[in-house]
Design a protein around this ligand. Sequence first.
Ligand code: NDP
Length: 308
Amino acid sequence: MKILIIGSGPAGYTAAIYLGRSGHQPIIIEGLQPGGQLTTTTLVENYPGFPDGIDATQLMDNMRQQAINCGAQIVPNTVVETDLSRQPYTITLDDGQKFTTPVLIIATGATAKYLGLHEEQKYKGLGVSACATCDGFFYRKKIVAVVGGGDTACEEATYLAGLANKVYLIVRKSYLRASHAMQQRVFDNPKIDILFETNVTSLYGNEALEGLKLIHRKGEPDQSTSELAVDGLFLAIGHQPNSELFRPWLQTDEQGYIITQGITPLTNLPGIFAAGDVADPTYRQAINAAASGCRAAIEAERYLQSCI
Ligand code: NDP
């Protein structure tokens, strides 16, 4: 039976590997960014099985090839419309091609929010990152800045303080939005300096990032500007789950993450499973995404069995 998987990150590929091996013909709609978010980083050192780390693009190419070897068909296209009002569900691609399927695995991931400064793209992978767990290791004994005042920013600043010599936490408001416990960890850490009421206006550097231009108390009578030399800039201003196409039919939380039942990938619709970051506001790690892709494949298989 053909099963449609939307998304080509670790969740989508893992689901395809499992479904292919159990005799189905998974079709992966690859999307705009084949390989998913991981392809925006360089070396992956926290994915088990690679003692010396592995190039992120290589890791995703390996997963893709493994899915193909297990029988997956890859469709290099993007979904532009869905009709999940009835089974079989209908998916429309941007070339007008339509697929119908009784079983759908949604693994469309999430997108880190960036500030919108054009230099962010220039220094991506050369000092700018949106994942401290992925890239923090490259900033051992260096100076880094984290932008954001929520739990993610505090968690990332604390994590980076374990590696870097100095961490600046750049917060646009005069207070942190993070939970009390998380704030306390930041306040108690002597390596972290908090710059409240501060925004980043631009980034500078030659080949790689060398520093930030900042504005303090923007719009106030005592507004001022400064420069801050840093080796790394980590954005922690939230993620956007890629769930827009499904929101008319699937239950999502207030941030748009697809709600699944407990640790299962089951959504509120029969035969539709969500895996990876699109349903994970908390952990957002490739290994978790892969594991949830496995769970989605197993549940899809069980669902098909129950329909016979
Ligand atoms: P949040 O939305 O909670 O926080 C985003 C932060 O980024 C805010 O401080 C916000 O500022 C700031 N921000 C947003 N846009 C900009 C911008 N353009 N320029 C500067 N600053 C900006 O996102 P998080 O990722 O921190 O958390 C998401 C959810 O995940 C939360 O519910 C959180 O509790 C949860 N979480 C829980 C963890 C845990 O319990 N261990 C760990 C990590 C996350 P402002 O306050 O001014 O809007």
